[in-house]
Design a protein around this ligand. Structure first.
Ligand code: PMP
Length: 363
């Protein structure tokens, strides 16, 4: 660990997230490989998207595109990129407007407002290229607001580059620096990487970092919700195409430019449902004590599904292979959602409460 130092501002607390063993889940599943989680909720703004927000703002400043006190940064997002941007812009003195579909959590909107951003909600049913979508509304605002600028995470090369230069290398270093022992054998390489895709910047950038300079044989697996169309081969998307899913931040009805379609960047795709993702969130919390959000549950559910597939089984059964799953944000983004309340506060989730009431009543 680096010696602690004073940081200049909150942007210096973006990234540098831990890689944590999911030993209990691996054991429950009978996995022989090392199951490792890149835990992104410890970043200053609470998600993997802080990294790209910081990178896009710094790059726009370098290019002279942002003017403090004048520029209005407008961005369509599922919320987490917005939170990162609002953080960066609070520090640097730019106004922020975030456009975000209705389905995204109240917590994200409240946090954005607390950071000084304005939030415009858009209908979930609007197709990405319609004027009513979060993308369409952002474009309209940009046309009409003087000094309005969209940094555009769907197209901005600094989105995947932020992961190629930070997230990927952090994973590689942690794996390479942890010695192999008889109790904990390790190839000291990343053998498999699994993560969800929204814009696709995370998986594309990390894949490039892993395959270019570290392990060209690393297998990269994308996780895409049923209802979305990002998975390949595209027949994987046929079942449930266009159906709604509650999980936030992954899946789209179009393929963003920053999701690389070059062969060998994403090797395989797995589809997941809400019914798989949300119990997996609870499992990560109760088995591993990690405070992760919905897309992290999808990532774990997708990882376990893949590790049981014909393609994944040889990795699952190999001692010392390192399988890294990216957990993109934290549960504090989702505490008002029904799926979270169902697993915590509602009566059926609280069998102990009734036992305790009986004990107290019998006194
Ligand atoms: N999970 C969550 C919670 C997210 O907010 C996002 C960003 N949309 C992702 C996963 C996917 O990241 P990316 O956009 O880099 O594909």
């Amino acid at each position: 660990m680096n010696a602690p130092q004073i940081l200049d501002n909150a942007l210096d607390a973006v990234g540098n997230t831990p890689l944590i063993r999911l030993d209990r889940i691996a054991q429950q599943e009978g996995l022989k490989c090392n199951l490792l989680a890149k835990v992104e909720y410890t970043s200053a703004g609470g998600s993997v998207k802080d990294r790209i927000a910081k990178a896009m703002v710094l790059a726009a400043e370098r290019d002279g595109k942002l003017i403090p006190g004048k520029s209005v940064v407008i961005e369509p997002t599922s919320g987490n990129t917005g939170i990162g941007l609002a953080m960066a812009c609070a520090i640097k003195g730019y106004a922020v407007i975030i456009t975000m579909p209705n389905k995204m959590s109240l917590e994200k909107e409240a946090l954005l407002r607390a950071l000084g951003a304005e939030v415009v909600r858009t209908p979930d049913s609007a197709a990405w290229d319609s004027p009513e979508s979060h993308i369409g509304v952002a474009q309209k605002l940009q046309r009409e607001i003087p000094y309005g600028i969209i940094l555009d995470q769907y197209r901005n090369v600094n989105n995947p580059l932020a992961h190629e230069f930070t997230t990927g290398p952090e994973i590689i270093e942690a794996v390479a620096n942890t010695p192999s022992t008889s109790a904990r054998p390790s190839t000291q390489k990343v053998d498999v990487f699994i993560g969800g895709a929204g814009t696709g910047g995370t998986i594309s950038g990390i894949s490039r970092a892993l395959k270019k300079s570290h392990n060209s044989n690393c297998h990269v697996v994308g996780v895409d919700p049923v209802g979305s169309i990002l998975a390949l081969p595209s027949k994987l998307n046929n079942a449930g195409e266009g159906s709604a899913y509650v999980v936030e931040g992954i899946g789209y009805d179009f393929v963003p430019d920053v999701l690389s379609r070059e062969p060998g960047v994403v090797d395989s795709w797995v589809k997941t449902t809400d019914a798989e993702a949300f119990p997996a969130v609870q499992r990560i919390m109760r088995s591993e004590g990690l405070l992760v959000g919905g897309s992290s549950g999808a990532a774990l559910a997708g990882a376990l599904k893949w590790l049981k597939s014909e393609e994944g089984r040889p990795f699952a059964e190999a001692k010392g292979k390192n399988v890294v799953v990216l957990l993109a944000d934290g549960i504090r983004n989702y505490m008002s959602k029904d799926w979270f309340l169902d697993m915590t506060m509602h009566a059926e989730a609280r069998p102990l409460a009734s036992v305790i009431s009986q004990v107290l009543a019998s006194k």
